[in-house]
Structures are given as C-alpha cells and as structure tokens.
Design a protein around this ligand. Structure first.
Ligand code: AFP
Length: 330
C-alpha cells in the first residue's frame, strides 16, 4: 500500500526531526491545491475561464483562474497560523497576516497558477510554492524579508493539474512524488525519490526566440539540432509545453534539459522566469533529484535576490547538459 502524505510527513518528523509546523504547512498547502485543482477542472462550467480584464505586477493579463488561485492560496496561508507573510507572482508586494490570525515561523512564496496561457486550452498548469524561514514570527513583514537565496528554502514544491493531480516536493531529503486519489481525496506516494539521468535525450526551449538568444545558447541549440550529424553525435527530441511546471515535471520523471535564456528583445530583463517563486523552488527540486540549475553563469540557488519579482535566465535538468551549456557561457 502506497504511503499517504500524512504518513510520509510523520516519518520526516521522526527520522529527520523536521518541525511538525512545517509538515503541517505542507499538508495544508496540499489540501489547498486540491481546491484549486477542482476549480481548474470545472473550467467553463464554473465560468472561470478567460481573462480577468486586469494586469499583474509583471504587466501580464491576468486570467480569472490566476486571481481565484491566488485568493485561495493567500487565504490558506494567512489563516494557517504557521505563516508570517506571503508573496505571489500576482501581487505587487508581500501580504501580511491579518491581526485576527496567528503568525508563524514561515514565509510562503508562490506562483498560484503557472502556465496561464494553457488554461483556456485545457493543457497542464500548476501551483509552484517555496517556503523560507521568517526568523521570529512577526506582523510587520516587508518585501525585503523574502530576499533570501534559494539555499535558504526549507521546502519547495508544486502541484501539477494534468491528467492526474500530482504533488512534488522536497524538504532536503530528496524529491518525492504523490498522486491524488480522487476516490479517497488522499495523496499517495507513487515515486519515493525522483532521479534525473546526467545525460539527456530531450530538450525544451521556445525555438521561436532563437534569433534573440546570446551566442552560447545559439551554439548549444544548433549542436542539439544537428543531432547525429553534428558534434554531439546523437539525435535529440524536443518538447515545449509553455508551462514551466509541466516541463520540470517531465524532466524529473524522464530526464532532459529545460531552458528559458535571456534574450535581446528586452535587454533590461535577464530572463522571463521569476527567481523567487519559479526558478528557486524548481532549482532545488531538480538539484535534490541529482540535476543542476544555473542562470548560464552561476547556480541559481546561490543568487542573492534584489527584488521580489526579479527575473532570471534558467538552464535546468540533466547535470552534464546544464554543465555543458553553462561552460559555453563561461
Ligand atoms: P504564463 O503563466 O504567462 O503562461 O507563462 C508561463 C511561463 O512563465 C512558464 O511557465 C513557461 O515555461 C514560459 O512562461 C513560457 O513562455 P513562452 O510563452 O514565451 O514560451
């Protein structure tokens, strides 16, 4: 019988002395994502598709489900009693815990619904979360309190809403996979430890941007496209789902490399993806599964954040591939 999430988290408390408040928060977030999964699965039937007619701090048009998922995550975190503050892709600044709620030792950051462009076409999307220490629990949380490098994460994970609803997370003891049983409402462990092979057969990048990339990326991708006729001496397959959570899920389960490099369409942007609630949690999950994650120059988890919504170039997945494309930059 596969382990339930409760049992797995209890084992971490017993065998790795994990704080029961952290395991309770993980459990709470998993339950919260079940609610989001239900909303997503209702789609047009619940009138939750399409644009909300507003823009987020990134200047991106918000989908109705972006806002619904954000509200659900904010309420779950601030009412949990384990959290001192929340930061989200959908909010300009950090959210404090209301006076009538208990505060706790954690800061939670999330992209409530990654892959929004997939919502209206019924393609996989997901919720990405990262948990940082809040120091002493406090009321007056500021954006600056969240600016901790990815190495400070206490937990990181995502829930992917696809043919199955699956929870993937790490507390530093490997990256583990749970599948939601719609019959019982329980998450059951279906892969104990995900492992990424050091070599890749598949790569993921949006090739329509090729002319905008820097030379090291153009070289690396040109070599992959040359396949067995080029310097790599073997053929590769390509995938692009346009939802980071789905790309990372594929890589954790069957290997490969995912890239969203800096491009010269907007030289002021070091990349499209956000460091704090996309790149950092995904990089830790990948590293805990034996993979690597860099911005082309340094390990993403070592980057000292300067802003809540700062962007970063991302090369993550199979160790040898990430090291090779990073070496081309250096
Ligand atoms: P949306 O949430 O706006 O759909 O963006 C998703 C994302 O941030 C990331 O999840 C994808 O990997 C990437 O953007 C896709 O970007 P392109 O649409 O430029 O291919």
């Amino acid at each position: 019988m596969a382990k339930t999430l409760d049992l797995y988290l209890h084992d971490l408390e017993v065998h790795h002395q994990v704080d029961p408040r952290l395991t309770a928060l993980i459990n709470h977030l998993a339950c919260t994502c079940k609610e989001i999964s239900f909303k997503v699965s209702q789609g047009a039937l619940a009138g939750v598709l399409g644009s909300a007619g507003s823009e987020n701090v990134q200047g991106e048009t918000q989908k109705k489900l972006d806002i619904i998922a954000n509200d659900i995550m904010c309420r779950a975190c601030t009412e949990s009693g384990f959290v001192s503050g929340v930061a989200s892709e959908e909010m300009d600044h950090a959210l404090q815990v209301p006076e009538d709620c208990e505060v706790g030792p954690y800061l939670v950051l999330f992209d409530p619904l990654d892959g929004s462009s997939n919502i209206d076409i019924n393609v996989s999307i997901g919720t990405i979360f990262s948990i940082l220490p809040a120091g002493e629990a406090r009321r007056q949380v500021k954006d600056e309190d969240f600016l901790q490098s990815g190495r400070h994460q206490l937990a990181a994970g995502y829930v992917i809403y696809g043919p199955q609803t699956q929870l993937v997370f790490t507390l530093g003891f490997g990256t583990t996979l749970f599948t939601l049983d719609l019959g019982t409402g329980n998450f059951y462990q279906t892969v104990e430890k995900l492992e990424i092979a050091p070599q890749a057969k598949e790569f993921a990048i949006n090739c329509s941007n090729m002319r905008h990339w820097e030379a090291p990326v153009q070289r690396y991708i040109t070599e992959l496209l040359a396949g067995s006729t080029g310097p790599r001496g073997k053929d590769y397959n390509m995938r692009w789902v346009a939802a980071m959570v789905a790309e990372v899920h594929r890589i954790l389960n069957r290997g490969g490399i995912f890239m969203y490099p800096k491009d010269n369409r907007d030289p002021s942007k070091p990349g499209k993806l956000r460091l704090m609630y996309e790149a950092n949690p995904m990089s830790w999950l990948v590293e805990q599964a034996g993979g690597r994650a860099t911005n082309g120059k340094q390990n993403i988890l070592d980057i000292q954040p300067e802003g809540l919504h700062q962007r970063v170039a991302v090369f993550l997945g199979a160790k040898e591939e990430v090291e090779l494309v990073t070496s081309y930059h250096n």
